[in-house]
Design a binder for this molecule. Structure first.
Ligand code: PDD
Length: 290
């Protein structure tokens, strides 16, 4: 039986109830975060908290994020996943409960805070080695996708389009630019340089993205943050996605056409190895603090 966190309490999931007047339910008026843990050690929690703090502040939702690390640790423990190889905590904060009316409630209400922990599974080594297929889909999202709001309908439809096409991932395209996935950031390798869209209002500033860019630079792999045009995709040597439950995720086919030679490429492999090494380093450092 899973234990979830709701508004200050750790309770069985079956007992967790929210009001039909919750503004998250009525307006998607809220933000979320997904943080990964490796054997219970958080992956760059400080960056997740900073992104969440920015989102809350932009939405003008008053919530103190400093309590989150301890709440996440308790959730992992209560669900007995603190030793799991790979787990996540999903956290959602909405503006709270008030009769339906578009503007913020006149008298402020406490935010609704909900979180759960669960194990996630990496693809098998064989699946990763084979690589994954992606399809391009129109980006139908709003103009502030850098804020991690719970309004994910366009992302849901993008992901479903990939599933319907028998692919693993969607590449969201706007104005001829391949921006990012349905739930992950998108990278290409061109002439040996790792390319990804700069952090602006049209992509989510992924934590995994930021770490992978740092690892590339540390490992002497050239990096360029610039838009990738859809028409460049057939000329990419390699393509891959990054994300909390994706790590470094190779794409070997786009819209039915092979990427490069259709195999997982050397830069993707080097970055995946660097990422795995970084996870080991964090686990060792984390364990040293227990
Ligand atoms: N998705 N882009 C989008 C649109 C995302 O939803 C996500 C994360 C990312 C990658 O960000 P990060 O590296 O910080 O996970 C990029 C989460 C995991 C989700 O919706 O489940």
């Amino acid at each position: 039986m899973s234990t979830v966190y709701l508004n200050g309490e750790f309770i069985p999931k079956e007992e967790a109830k929210i009001s039909v007047d919750d503004r998250g339910f009525l307006f998607s008026d809220g933000v979320y975060e997904v943080t990964s843990f490796y054997e219970g050690v958080p992956f760059y929690m400080d960056r997740h908290l900073a992104r969440l703090r920015r989102g809350l502040s932009w939405l003008r939702i008053d919530y103190d994020v400093d309590q989150i690390p301890e709440m996440h640790r308790r959730l992992l423990e209560l669900n007995e996943v603190e030793k799991a190889d790979t787990s996540i905590v999903y956290l959602q904060i909405t503006r709270g409960v008030a009769p339906r009316s578009h503007p913020f409630p006149k008298d402020p209400v406490p935010p609704t805070v909900y979180a759960f922990a669960k194990v996630w599974q990496r693809p098998s080594q064989e699946e990763w080695e084979r690589g994954f297929a992606a399809v391009t889909v129109p980006d139908r999202r709003w103009s502030r996708v850098d804020v991690k709001t719970i309004a994910l309908l366009p992302n849901v439809l993008a992901y479903q389009a990939a599933v319907d096409a028998g692919a693993a991932d969607a590449i969201q395209v706007r104005n001829g630019i391949a921006l990012e996935g349905a739930h992950n950031n998108f990278f290409g390798v061109f002439d040996g340089t790792v390319v990804t869209h700069p952090v602006t209002n049209v992509i989510l500033p992924g934590i995994t993205r930021s770490v992978v860019l740092e690892l590339a630079r540390k490992n002497g792999i050239p990096v360029e943050e610039r838009p990738i045009l859809v028409e460049e995709l057939p000329h990419a040597e390699e393509l891959f996605f990054t994300g909390t439950t994706n790590e470094v995720h190779p794409t070997v086919k786009v819209d039915g056409r092979p990427v490069g030679d259709g195999k997982v490429g050397p830069v993707t492999r080097a970055l995946a190895a660097a990422f795995a090494k970084e996870v080991r380093r964090l686990k060792e450092a984390g364990a040293a603090h227990v």
